[in-house]
Write a protein that binds this ligand. Structure first.
Ligand code: ATP
Ligand code: MG
Length: 390
């Protein structure tokens, strides 16, 4: 049987935005995602993307992978046949045979975008429903509350019989909404914030601040693994690892302890901005969450953001920890995030951090540092790591 996957496009149909280039991005992302799994034909018609397997390509694997591609609202597997009522019945009998042995009631729901088809969708539903009812006399027709809905669609090239659609990943195709850098620590939050901004169609460049030997090689490997776990959603990425040890040592040596974290976070922002500007990225994404830790008060965030002109996107700002954890589990990063390797933020944590600083006060606290030289030095030591798909 000619098994295919039908994908309904989501928010791409947006006012004022260039729909063609959105669709093209989505098709490219789908093709790239499937290229490792086998040979598939991917094409778009009438706001639906069709995926056909070639040379026995694995349709189960494709269906699973496509559930993580942003820009798809719903998806279903289907079989195609000629646009003829009896061909549709023959296909439906075979395609739903197993399901019909499982359920007690069913109905047929038809859609017809080819208006030249000689039956209305109601007539087609009645006809196919009647034939299926004869073929499976133990299953009742129930148009109000059926256990199984058999979907029939008559489109331009063919007719399709499919089961109920399942939700897709939603959002917009990655790359359709520009590029941003994302600060990726080893924690629970930042993989989720990265996922959420990718969902809005943004291509991401992860940045990790690494303080070897205060933080271990395993801590870095863990972040690389988190980035890799995000590739089914974000696509291939290139991570920038910033050597952060010297900056932290300088802060410890020359600044008042209660400001350590705030000054460190200002360095993160300055370096993130430099990397962003070098790569055409237009925003900085963080996993900050209002009130979660000392550096996440409004005043602390104001002092951190004061060093950059770029918008700082904080998609988790209003979420509860429990909600963030649930999302981390859903996207598959939670188990890696809770591995016990320390992050650079915890290396020189002040005993009594300032929680409500003024910007002037923080500027004063960091005034003994040669900020420009430290940023330049970190930029020269960047390590790039290609993050490939699984
Ligand atoms: P997370 O769970 O993402 O680590 P957190 O709750 O521990 O977040 P902080 O440690 O205050 O919060 O960090 C806030 C944000 O700053 C993180 O979500 C992340 O975006 C960024 N960040 C913190 N440490 C690093 C790091 N070593 N490298 C890159 N980004 C970092
Ligand atoms: Mg953290």
């Amino acid at each position: 049987m000619n098994d295919i996957i039908l994908l309904k496009i989501g928010e791409i149909i947006l006012k004022g935005l260039n729909r063609r280039s959105f669709e093209q991005k989505l098709l490219n992302n789908i093709r790239r995602r499937l290229s490792k799994l086998g040979k598939y034909r991917v094409y778009l018609m009438q706001s639906t993307v069709y995926v056909e397997g070639e040379d026995g390509a694995d349709m189960d694997a494709a269906f699973e992978a496509l559930q993580k591609v942003f820009g798809i609202v719903s998806m279903s597997r289907a079989a195609a046949c000629e646009k003829d009522k009896d061909a549709i019945v023959a296909l439906a009998k075979e395609y739903v045979r197993e399901d019909m042995q499982r359920v007690k009631s069913f109905k047929v729901e038809s859609k017809r975008s080819d208006k030249a088809f000689p039956m209305t969708s109601v007539e087609l539903s009645q006809y196919v429903g009647g034939e299926l009812s004869d073929a499976f006399p133990d299953v009742e027709v129930d148009v109000h509350n059926p256990e199984l809905t058999v979907h029939v669609e008559v489109r331009d090239l063919a007719a399709y019989v499919h089961g109920a659609p399942i939700p897709g990943a939603g959002g917009m195709p990655v790359g359709s909404n520009g590029v941003a850098v994302t600060l990726l620590s080893g924690g629970i939050d930042s993989p989720v914030s990265t996922y959420m901004i990718a969902k809005r169609g943004v291509r991401l460049i992860p940045i990790h601040f690494f303080s070897f030997p205060y933080t271990s090689q395993q801590a870095k490997d863990k972040v690389v693994e988190l980035a890799r776990l995000l590739t089914p959603y974000c696509g291939r990425m290139r991570m920038e690892v910033v050597p952060f040890t010297h900056i932290q040592e300088e802060i410890r040596a020359k600044c008042p302890e209660e400001y350590f974290t705030l000054i460190m976070r200002r360095f993160m922002m300055r370096i993130a901005e430099r990397i962003a500007k070098d790569n055409g990225a237009k925003a900085i994404v963080t996993g900050e969450n209002l009130g979660q830790v000392a550096s996440q008060t409004m005043e602390a965030m104001a002092s951190t953001q004061a060093v950059t002109d770029l918008p700082v996107l904080q998609p988790l700002i209003g979420m509860d920890k429990g909600e963030i954890v649930a999302m981390a589990r859903k996207i598959g990063t939670f188990d890696t995030s809770i591995l016990p390797y320390e992050d650079c933020c915890t290396v020189f944590t002040p005993r009594h951090p300032r929680t409500h600083p003024t910007i002037a006060e923080v500027e004063q606290a960091e005034s003994a540092l040669d900020i420009q030289a430290l940023v330049d030095e970190a930029m020269q030591g960047l390590e790039r790591i290609a993050i490939e798909h699984e």
